[in-house]
Design a protein. Sequence first.
Length: 230
Amino acid sequence: MFTGLIEEVGVLRRKVQRESGAHLHIAATRILQGVAIGDSIAVSGPCLTVVEFGEQHFVADCMPETLVRSTLGELRPGAPVNLERALALGDRLGGHMVAGHVDGVGQVLAVSPRGISSELRISLPPALRAYVAPKGSVAVDGISLTVVEVGESDFVVGIIPHTLSVTTLAQAAAGQRVNLEADLIARYVHRALGFGEVSPAGEGPASGTGRAVPPAGAGLTEDFLRRHGY
């Protein structure tokens, strides 16, 4: 579990491709304090396991699924990466709960200055639309950000100067692909309510849940709650 607060920007020094995935050799310093084999480190979003480390680097394995489902498969030596160690019990949760499991890849559509801050407009994969809401949280390349606006096919996040200065977003530009992870709470609430899982009649018990759910796309309305005894 992570918080989305980046501790260090490392650099991909080497990527060794294997049939079963890849070994990523990442240069870092601060992130190595107290590190041990088997520890989890989020690398621009995906949670990876440390399999080797030295004084100024660590090595992590990447499964084929991770390389395909995230931007890690596209990275080349010299690329900067956001790094965060796993949350220790008792640490402050300064960002939001981040699992390090990438849900999809978006594309930066525009970078706009807004006073002392900046805003990024990012394309929103259809599968993630239900989990992204204004004032909610989303992880972009492992960074915990607040959603400012949501459109039909994109969303906007605000970035303060500090975040720009300590993450890879300082180099963000239109066309760049970024890893996205939806808020865990939004995901579980959505599934618990059974949105989109409807009976053939259009409304009724969700398959396997035994509870009534709204028709797909209808949303949770006051009328629906009243008619089902809430």
